[in-house]
Design a protein around this ligand. Structure first.
Ligand SMILES: [Zn+2]
Length: 157
């Protein structure tokens, strides 16, 4: 199996990583439980009406107070976030390696782990301000998959 793939933008060849060499790695992103239109295409989480905790992805059960079905939708795709922590993975597949995975804290609440893009891995830092951007993640069986990544806010706001 060919271990490399083009990134589709610049025509350059990129290391696809160990996971991409696994012939079983032809999945489509987002498991059935998370494959809702509001979550996938608009990054709509849920906010507990009992305690205010924000779940990303949306959940029926609150992780803080355990209340059930007491959630209201909360759109976060246009909310800025702050990098709480991050790691650089030089083995995982990415269209723009190395993979920079970050835990983000959204303004107003909500925490989510996602990939950073359009970023210099050596310039990432805790406290950096980022915004979401809808990007291609993988192509499996000729189907392009998209989801939200985060990029530094231009101008550093
Ligand atoms: Zn709650």
């Amino acid at each position: 199996m060919e271990p490399r793939a083009g990134d589709g933008r610049s025509g350059r060849r990129v290391e696809a990583g160990i996971g991409a060499r696994d012939p079983r790695n032809t999945h489509i992103h987002a498991c059935g439980a998370h494959r809702t239109e509001a979550w996938k295409f608009a990054f709509v989480g849920s906010k507990c009406t009992e305690c205010g905790f924000i779940s990303l992805p949306p959940a029926r059960v609150c992780s803080r107070c355990n209340s059930i079905d007491q959630q209201s939708p909360v759109p976060l795709s246009d909310k800025p976030a702050t990098v709480a922590t991050y790691t650089i993975d030089r083995l995982a597949y990415s269209l723009s390696p190395p993979t920079v995975a970050a835990v983000l804290d959204f303004e107003g609440g909500g925490r989510y782990t996602c990939e950073l893009t359009d970023v210099d891995p050596d310039a990432v830092e805790v406290g950096q301000r980022v915004e979401l951007t809808f990007r291609r993640t993988v192509t499996a069986k000729h189907i392009h998959n998209y989801f939200w990544k985060a990029r530094p806010i231009r101008g550093g706001q």
